[in-house]
Ligand binder design. Structure first.
Ligand SMILES: Nc1ncnc2c1ncn2[C@@H]1O[C@H](COP(=O)(O)OP(=O)(O)O)[C@@H](O)[C@H]1O
Ligand SMILES: [Mg+2]
Length: 352
């Protein structure tokens, strides 16, 4: 069942489109992540859904109802901002109770629902604290409880973990994921952090300059990126430019690679660093390459290689074994499995 539909949603500031005809559909219970670099329009999109920013064009429908012109408090949407935005003069209890008081719910119901919401974010016993006495992680949990207590149709989170330190960020991320699964609440989270996006989202929407670049599961985006922008934003990659013909691709430097899929339209191929095979010597399917640098990163080693024609590759391998003794300047063998060669269109070309 469809929960939310954005249809050509647009926000113009002067003649600049912060969000440019963005269309997408969110399923009931889905965890959707909007991912993209700073300034690509993520916050503006979320704020148009919540009603804090007026759409210039297009529409927002929630549970089959057009809410584009509804004021925020009529939308039954829970919102969590980056900077917590708790009321500092209110207790934890009153912060969470805020939305219910606005809706004039009876006192007994408010008590029950606030207690339940605080339990969900593991803050039972904190009701009487002042919100000023809480750590960053606790404040963000209160903000989540405050958004959930109204039993919203959809939960919107704008970079909710970015103000937390690295360890806490991972902890709250896991909690958030578990909570979303437990409640089955339709959720849209905004982030510029690809790890966060990959670990939380059922589907990710990669945004670029106010537009949707690609929508897909984390696996789809990683394995079959639609553009170089997506490929370099999600994970790392080697990008080789050249010309595709049938199941082969010839780089500008004259190296020909076999590809599992036809590459007739490709002007660039992506090869992920972990998909490349290395051997101590060249031979059979392994072409010679000169080691430029080996960097040990604990469980993996990163090997920078240069091929005879001048193509360069970065390779990630499990460290240990023969690789441990390899010095820069040495010649080794490199193999590219055909299924690891992913075609991309030229940057900026339609259909890329
Ligand atoms: N109130 C505003 N007035 C003018 N331009 C704005 C306003 N809010 C956002 N923008 C511009 O819109 C674009 C998208 O901003 P934003 O949605 O905040 O991006 P993100 O959240 O992805 O970093 C940016 O170019 C930003 O400068
Ligand atoms: Mg933002």
């Amino acid at each position: 069942m469809t929960a939310l539909v954005l249809d050509r949603l647009t926000k113009l500031y002067g003649d600049h489109a912060a969000v440019d005809a963005l269309s997408l559909t969110v399923a009931q219970g889905e965890f959707l992540v909007l991912l993209g670099p700073s300034g690509c329009g993520k916050t503006t999109t979320l704020r148009m859904i919540a009603g804090f920013v007026e759409a210039s064009q297009g529409s927002v429908s929630l549970s089959g109802r057009d809410i584009t012109r509804d004021p925020p408090h009529r939308r039954n949407i829970g919102v969590v901002f980056q900077n917590y935005a708790l009321f500092p003069h209110l207790s934890v209890f009153e912060n969470v109770a805020f939305g219910l008081r606005r809706r004039k719910r009876p006192e007994a119901e408010i008590r029950t629902r606030v207690a339940r919401a605080l339990g969900l974010v593991r803050l039972d016993g904190f009701a009487d604290r002042s919100s000023k006495q809480l750590s960053g992680g606790q404040q963000q949990r209160v903000a989540i409880a405050r958004a959930l207590v109204i039993e919203p149709d959809i939960l919107l989170l704008d970079e909710p973990l970015s103000a937390l330190d690295a360890k806490l960020r991972l902890e709250v991320r896991q909690e958030l994921k578990a909570l979303q699964r437990l409640l089955g609440i339709t959720t849209i989270l905004v982030t510029h952090d690809q790890d966060e996006a990959m670990s939380l989202g059922d589907r990710l929407v990669v945004m670029h300059a106010g537009r949707v670049e690609q929508i897909g599961s984390p696996q789809q985006l990683y394995r079959e990126p639609a553009s170089r922008f997506v490929a370099s934003f999600i994970g790392r990659g080697n990008f080789l430019e050249g010309t595709g013909t049938g199941h082969s691709f010839t780089t500008r430097n004259g190296w020909t690679l076999a590809a599992a899929r036809p590459l007739d339209r490709a002007a660039t191929v992506l090869i992920r660093p972990e998909s490349i095979t290395l051997a101590p010597t060249a031979g059979a399917a392994m072409v010679p390459a000169r080691v430029a640098l080996v960097t040990y990163l604990g469980p993996i080693a990163e090997v920078a290689l240069e091929l005879a024609g001048g193509d360069r590759l970065v390779v990630e391998q499990a460290s240990g074994g023969w690789l441990d003794g390899v010095e820069p300047g040495r010649e080794i063998g490199v193999g590219i499995p055909p299924e690891a060669v992913v075609g991309l269109g030229a940057e900026g070309v339609a259909g890329a």
